[in-house]
Write a protein that binds this ligand. Sequence first.
Ligand code: CA
Length: 250
Amino acid sequence: MTLAQPHGTTHSSWPAQAASITRILVVEDEHDIAGLIKHTLEREPDTQVETVGSGDAALKAVVAQAPHLIILDLNLPVLSGFEVCRILRARPATKHVPIIMLTARATEIDRVSGLDLGADDYVTKPFSLRELAARVRAVLRRPHMMPEDEAPSRVYRGKVLTADFEAVAIEVEGQPVRLTRREFELLQCLVENRNRVLSRDRLLERVWGYDRQIETRSVDVHVGRLRAKLGSAGEQIETVVGLGYKFVEA
Ligand code: CA
């Protein structure tokens, strides 16, 4: 499932589903394999798979929102899967995201080194998609406990805006605000990257997914609606001319 919606579609109101969506990132330069994995895993209800073809793209994709699981091919151009894994494990936001490595031959990976780097499991190519899906389910079922002090805060408390992204509750000056799913995701993306400029393209990618049937202009429309709904907190979303948007701390 992609998050893209055609223009003019009525957005269904948040909360209900999206909070329980499992987001999986597949890092694989072979498009056919990536596509098959995506197709297979998205048969599971509420699973959304994003595919990228390089380690570099993977490191970019996890910035705005860390996925619930990463399937990482070892054999990638430029940055190898090992390097990508090492970098992901070194970053606080992705330190605890489960990683399943894909490897071409059993001998290519030394099980110890893969697991030392922090991979949770690995699958040897050629693999059966059913097996991979089963491994994914198994890894997702494991409790991935984060030490309390390392968990990224899912609650933002500003002077006027309180946003609990876990409970899907937004309040402005103590009054609940009802947002559509897109508006909520937009706000989450902006708040999680507060005080940083996010380009329209970036917001499109994070909020609408990679299916670019949406024009960047519609980001402006949604930001406008979001600002209006947020009332006094709306001013915290600044337009940075020529660049994009920025959520500033109040
Ligand atoms: Ca590959």
